[in-house]
Design a protein around this ligand. Structure first.
Ligand SMILES: Cc1cc2nc3c(=O)[nH]c(=O)nc-3n(C[C@H](O)[C@H](O)[C@H](O)COP(=O)(O)OP(=O)(O)OC[C@H]3O[C@@H](n4cnc5c(N)ncnc54)[C@H](O)[C@@H]3O)c2cc1C
Length: 540
């Protein structure tokens, strides 16, 4: 048995665990991090992430003339969160995030050396209820890959690292060690050598991420009003996001809440080079593409479109008998608008190549589109609607898609465009107009492009599945990140941060996110936990 001792044992080396560790070293605490993954994956999901972060009233926003404020942002947050009366800690964490994200996340990250794009993206604008009143999605120059690498470098090169920091990989933590109702450390197994280990610590911090990597758990906690879970759910989360530490916390009477509140994406496709079972990528659906149901009929009367309400998209798709969908577009639209969330699909930004990035803005993401057409099983391409429908049905092995449905969907939309902007009477076209009036969207949104237009062919159909990504619920914590029991008391020595804690309070998003709130939530909870372990307050 290997034995370790430190002031704080951190379980999980994602961005939440890493941030907490940096601050604990700053506060003169001895830290040991235990992660189940291999060293090359240190940083975890944040390293794969796109690096979009929700901030309020930043210099980028002010420069663009926005008059954003925490009051407005909190109102927007509540609008999509739809908190219940019981969500006491989630509401407190939401307020803490909105009021402190600029000073304690944005400015802190800038101090570490992170840079953000000058133009802020406008996502989750809201559909039936208000969403982001202003653009708030600030993109890290270098994506989540850079964000994570900068923080890892800060950690391992910290002046106290040699004396105060130990990091262990391939260590699966299996147990919380209890003594007198409190937690005194952890125990687990070194999966490389099969040797068990135990670590003693005055504080144990759970930073093991969400449960989205465990599709069985995703199905078990499926949001009931959406009926049965889809037959196919793709995995867009972490291979070790299995919920085992959530279970451990429940075993010692800690509260785990809101696990049925998941932030799934509606446009998942199979990863061409999967590293886990059912590994998926999340397509950012082109605004000019038509979103069709499993029979090839356009969703309506309210058409589906990205950037307004992600949860609504998932809900509509899950309302069908077969819970997947199609997007139909053409090569011209794909080149201009197609994108995939994550660092690996945004190489120009990830590698900070400004000229290559500007080229994709001007000439579109041709390389990514061509690669996906060639390698992703969910893409079919054809020169006419009949051939496209044949290929769609051949792909599923069922004859659900009808030529009549696809033809009338495309022809009606194209006819609307043909009538000219003054007579556009289609909600998608109205929203395209609105999107193009914002500088951040104009360059990547086509100007009323018809689908079946000879100069824009071939046609492309993309089969899209629900993709599991973020777990909005989690281990319930107070504003000190201490884990709570049902009676509201804390479990001495036990803390939780990041996605494991539902980004704070066991679900600071309620039902829905304004986006970019995940990475930021991990940084804020990580910092706040470190301060509270050192008996200090980060925020007033
Ligand atoms: C492709 C992609 C794009 C994204 N884009 C964005 C974005 O633009 N903006 C945004 O805000 N969010 C984004 N996210 C979400 C964000 O990256 C995550 O919510 C966040 O990184 C979670 O960090 P974490 O530290 O809480 O957990 P994780 O990153 O999941 O890390 C948890 C760690 O715990 C370890 N672990 C788990 N169980 C055990 C155990 N029993 N013993 C030991 N170790 C264990 C795991 O190995 C892992 O390393 C994206 C995610 C993905 C996948």
């Amino acid at each position: 048995m290997d034995k370790h001792t430190s002031d704080v044992a951190i379980v999980g080396g994602g961005i939440a665990g890493i941030t907490a560790a940096i601050e604990l070293l700053n506060l003169d605490k001895r830290v040991a991090i235990f992660d189940r993954d291999k060293e090359e994956n240190f940083g975890s999901l944040a390293k794969e992430s796109f690096g979009g972060m929700f901030f309020v009233d930043t210099p980028q926003q002010r420069k663009a003339g926005m008059k954003d404020s925490p009051e407005l942002a909190l109102k927007d947050w509540h609008s999509v969160a739809k908190f219940s009366d019981d969500d006491i800690w989630p509401k407190k964490w939401a307020k803490a995030y909105v009021y402190n994200c600029k000073s304690q996340v944005y400015e802190w990250l800038k101090k570490q050396g992170i840079r953000f794009f000058p133009v802020v993206n406008w996502v989750e604008r809201g559909l039936y209820v208000p969403g982001n009143s202003y653009p708030r999605f600030h993109i890290v120059w270098g994506t989540g890959f850079e964000l994570t690498n900068v923080l890892i470098s800060k950690l391992i090169n910290h002046p106290r690292a040699v004396s105060h920091l130990k990091i262990y990989f391939e260590r699966k933590v299996e147990k919380l060690i209890t003594d007198n109702g409190g937690i005194t450390g952890i125990a687990g197994i070194n999966e490389a050598s099969d040797v068990p280990f135990a670590a003693k610590a005055r504080a144990t911090l759970i930073a093991t991420g969400g449960i989205g990597g465990n599709l069985e758990l995703v199905r078990k906690h499926w949001y009931k009003p959406w009926g049965e879970p889809p037959e196919v759910i793709l995995n867009g989360a972490h291979r070790y996001g299995l919920g085992d530490m959530h279970d451990e916390v429940e075993l010692i009477d800690g509260m785990v809440t809101n696990l049925d509140k998941m932030w799934h994406y509606a446009a998942g496709v199979h990863h061409p080079k999967p590293t886990r079972e059912l590994h998926g990528l999340s397509v950012i659906p082109p605004k000019s593409a038509l979103w069709l149901d499993y029979t090839g009929k356009r969703f309506g009367p309210m058409p589906l479109m990205t950037a307004y309400d992600t949860r609504y998209l998932v809900e509509r798709i899950c309302n069908q008998k077969k819970k997947y969908s199609w997007q139909v577009l053409n090569l011209k639209i794909a080149y201009k608008e197609f994108a995939i969330s994550g660092a690996e699909s945004n190489k120009e930004i990830k590698e900070k190549k400004i000229f290559s990035f500007l080229k994709t803005i001007l000439f579109g993401g041709r390389k990514l589109v061509n690669e996906m057409i060639e390698t992703c099983e969910d893409f079919v391409v054809a020169d006419n609607i009949e051939a496209l429908v044949d290929k769609m049905n051949a792909l599923t092995g069922e004859n659900d898609v009808t030529i009549e449905n696809v033809k009338s969907s495309i022809n009606d939309f194209d006819a609307n465009i043909e009538r000219g902007p003054k007579y556009h009477n289609d909600e998608q076209l109205r929203r395209i107009s609105h999107a193009r009036s914002y500088r951040g969207d104009r360059v990547r949104t086509s100007k009323f492009q018809k689908i079946n237009s000879p100069k824009a062919l071939p046609l492309i159909a993309i089969r899209e599945f629900i993709l599991s990504r973020k777990t909005l619920g989690g281990i319930q914590t107070n504003l000190n990140s201490e884990v709570l029991k049902a009676d509201g008391t804390t479990i001495p020595g036990l803390f939780a941060v990041g996605e494991a804690a539902g980004f704070g309070g066991g679900g600071m998003h309620g039902q829905g996110s304004l986006e970019g709130t995940f990475l930021g939530g991990c940084v804020l909870t990580g910092r706040m936990a470190a301060y509270s372990i050192a008996d200090k307050n980060l925020i007033k």
